[in-house]
Design a protein around this ligand. Structure first.
Ligand code: RFL
Ligand code: PHB
Length: 389
């Protein structure tokens, strides 16, 4: 098989890139290890920045997003006593949209056949070859048969555990990592949200987040030590914990119901540099991870894909290699700013096991500063809606 761009991974990054390249008339094939149902069963992101909404709109694939997405004009930080509202719309003139990653992925998957985007699901043993040459390839087995996909470029959109990043020689790379001493226990339930805007809470018992997917589906999180087992968290125990941590005002509005999904996700900050080596470009979680505080992961994948599509379009349609050469530097500048925001919001809103009274006093002072300063709120708001691409 031969194509212009081989894309590894059919998560949001790979699917978005595939559609953007197809829209430019650039030939590409997506190779994915899992089956569609498995991918759609992964409950992940819920908050979309303008960049992500804008790409779906540019592709003409935003009909359901427009109809079902909830436009959010603000969100709240709870400090145990009060709700500090960040009026994102007034402070930045922009909004975010609540629309699940699962839904974006479904919209992109459903549109693939009509747009001629080829996705090979169930590809095993995916391996990258000759990435330092102009003739790289991806090998894989499918239905027991070995295949080779020759391309001019490979784009690694295969998430944190995929093979793409590992194909780059160690001597050419630098990794930055911070692993947090807790995870987020998430619960999804078909109950109305307790508040029409998100609430991030820092309570003495720990962090809590009230989020949603729609007017009838809620997503909540509490932070737990990494030693916790999901089996030990009955639905009732999670609802009880949420009611305490979110504070009496929100608790009074929580509707309890049976969980339709429950899981514990570890928290990590990670950046891999560079995001291009030879003919291999990396996009999304394959190159970086942010802790979910601030909802940046999927949106960073979208901005990477935007830069990568721009670079590959310049290469194939205008015979210019400059944007491919500059891809890593451009993408990383935005990645690092989102890393900073996610890390700082994580530090502000969680009780770290090693923190003493001084660190806690710093959190109290910072939350009080945010509550009383329009400048501080504006800074948070502009990061929350997403920095410019
Ligand atoms: P994905 O979604 O991991 O997709 C990678 C794809 O590559 C495939 N793959 C392979 N394919 C072929 N061969 C192999 N050997 C392969 N190995 C892997 C995988 O099967 C998969 O289909 O990466 P991508 O596309 O870069 O997208 C990144 C986002 O999924 C991620 O950043 C977000 O989900 C992060 N995130 C959030 N981001 C937001 O912007 N807003 C949020 O509100 C938000 N909340 C979250 C989150 C992530 C969470 N977890 C569980 C990590 C909440 C949580 C709890
Ligand atoms: C979610 O709805 O899953 C969600 C929302 C905001 C975050 C993280 C996750 O910061």
């Amino acid at each position: 098989m031969k194509t212009q761009v081989a894309i590894v991974g059919a998560g949001p990054a790979g699917l978005l890139l595939g559609h953007l390249l197809k829209a430019e008339g650039i030939d590409c094939v997506v190779v994915e290890r899992q089956q569609p149902d498995y991918i759609l069963g992964r409950i992940r992101a819920g908050v979309l920045e303008q960049i992500t909404v804008g790409l779906m709109s540019r592709l003409g694939l935003d009909a359901r997003l427009k109809a079902e997405g909830l436009v959010e004009e603000g969100f709240n930080l709870a400090d145990g006593e009060r709700l500090i509202r960040i009026d994102v719309a007034n402070l930045t003139g922009k909004t975010v949209v609540v629309y699940g990653q699962t839904e974006i992925t479904k919209d992109l998957m459903d549109a693939a056949p009509s747009r001629g985007l080829q996705i090979i699901y169930g590809a095993d043993d995916v391996a990258l070859h000759d990435i330092e040459s102009d003739t790289p390839s991806v090998s894989f087995t499918h239905d027991g048969t070995a295949h080779r996909l020759d391309a001019r470029f490979i784009v690694g959109c295969d998430g944190f555990h995929g093979p793409s990043r590992k194909a780059i020689p160690q001597s050419a790379v630098r990794e930055y990592e911070r692993v947090y001493p807790f995870g987020w226990l998430g619960i999804l339930a078909d109950v109305p949200p307790c508040n029409h805007e998100l609430i991030y809470a820092n309570h003495e018992r720990g962090f809590a987040l009230a989020s949603m997917r729609s007017h009838t589906r809620s997503r909540y999180y509490v932070d737990v030590p990494l030693t916790e087992k999901i089996e030990d968290w009955s639905d009732d125990r999670i609802w009880d914990e949420l009611a305490v941590r979110l504070g009496p005002e929100a608790a009074a509005n929580i509707t309890r119901g049976p969980s339709i999904e429950k899981s514990i996700a570890p928290l990590r900050s990670y950046v891999f540099e560079p995001m291009r080596h030879g003919s291999l470009l990396l996009c999304g979680d394959s190159a970086h991870i942010v802790p979910p505080t601030g909802a940046k992961g999927l949106n960073l994948a979208a901005s990477d894909v935007h830069y990568a599509a721009e670079a590959l379009t310049a290469y194939f349609k205008h015979a210019s290699n400059d944007a491919v050469e500059g891809y890593s530097t451009k993408a990383l500048a935005r990645v690092w700013k989102s890393e900073r925001f996610s890390w700082s919001l994580t530090k502000l809103m969680h009780r770290f096991p090693d923190d003493g009274p001084f660190e806690r006093a710093m959190q109290v002072a910072e939350l009080d500063y945010i509550a009383t300063s329009t400048a501080a709120q504006t800074s948070i708001a502009e990061n929350y809606v997403g920095l410019p691409v």
